[in-house]
Design a protein around this ligand. Sequence first.
Ligand SMILES: Cc1ncc(COP(=O)(O)O)c(C=O)c1O
Length: 386
Amino acid sequence: MPVVLKDLIKENVSRVAPYVPGRPIELVEQELGIKHVLKFASNENPLGPSPLAIKALSENAKQLNRYPDSSSYFLRKRLSKHIGFPMEQIIVGNGSNELIELICHLFAGAGDEVVVGDPSFPMYKIAIDLMGATPVLVPLKDYRFDMAAMAKAVTPKTTVVFVCNPNNPTGTIVTEAEVREFMDGIPEKVVVVFDEAYCEYVKNPDYPDTFKLLREGRLVISLRTFSKIYALAGLRVGYGVASEEMVFLLNTVRLPFNVTSAAQVAAEASLDDEEQVTRSIRVNSEGMAFFKEKLTELGLTMIDSEANFFLVDLGVDCKAASRELEKRGLIVRPVGPFGLPDTFVRISVGIREENERLLEGLKEVLAGTKRKKKGESAREARLQMP
Ligand SMILES: Cc1ncc(COP(=O)(O)O)c(C=O)c1O
């Protein structure tokens, strides 16, 4: 009998559904034999990295024979100045993805329950399954995390709660008041993780200040990243802010040299470029307003977003529509795999010319495709339309 490897791996690992990333530009160009493909599928910053980051990177290149500083000392020192927490309360990860996994390493074992909203960023469930804990998925309400339902889902077995704010893939936020009420209603020993990968884009004044919760001594971890507003997704660097004891423990499960020297120097330099952050926010707001106006004119429903991406109901089968868009050099993200209706796509906001090209592509594709009746796709999916 041939050995079936899948039968030999740990049972909980066999449950892991691999992460489905956005399609790389080069691959789509090669497959379709086309050029100038634009990607709207991975919530990246269309402006590209800060010139300061590029300069730091090229200077660093000469020292690539050396291992990186395993503690990311200088980056943590610079971050400490940036966010006003001692560097002992900051951990740097290989993207904030790594920190999600480290948190699960510490707190999510067999018999533990971890509460997450659904649909949300798939990495939470992947990390929970990997560690053998039980994910408790709490459906969103009107595309937002339902904090009251999340609190109800907490049991004596709950060790961690993940709050994705703004939430990927919906772009919606939970408010300070909702978070406060939630925190007051759960046991103090539950670790609450606020994934704030897109926080710099948020305009809503009711967005919670989770650093304040940390200062008040609550068991929270705030996760941030250089992949979005700082435009360094290709380097893989993110950070977490928590109590000194939490950071110490997270470091015990972290592999040495987890963050490359290139990522450390580029991230540090990026923090000095406030102008780039301001420009990124402005370009994103303008792009979001452009899509809101133009997609509404087309009769499409767009979910209001506080991030650099949004969900839109195209009213047609999105897998087919995405393929058609790809043929026109436009990559978007169908969100069926997130458990959303199959007529929804997630679109990352680009620069003006890119947004215009996408709009034209969308118009062409929709003109040639049969629209589903309103509500038809939602009935097929778990999430109900508002
Ligand atoms: C909510 C959320 N958290 C974390 C990440 C991953 O960030 P990083 O690139 O820092 O690993 C993403 C990336 O898309 C995200 O959407």
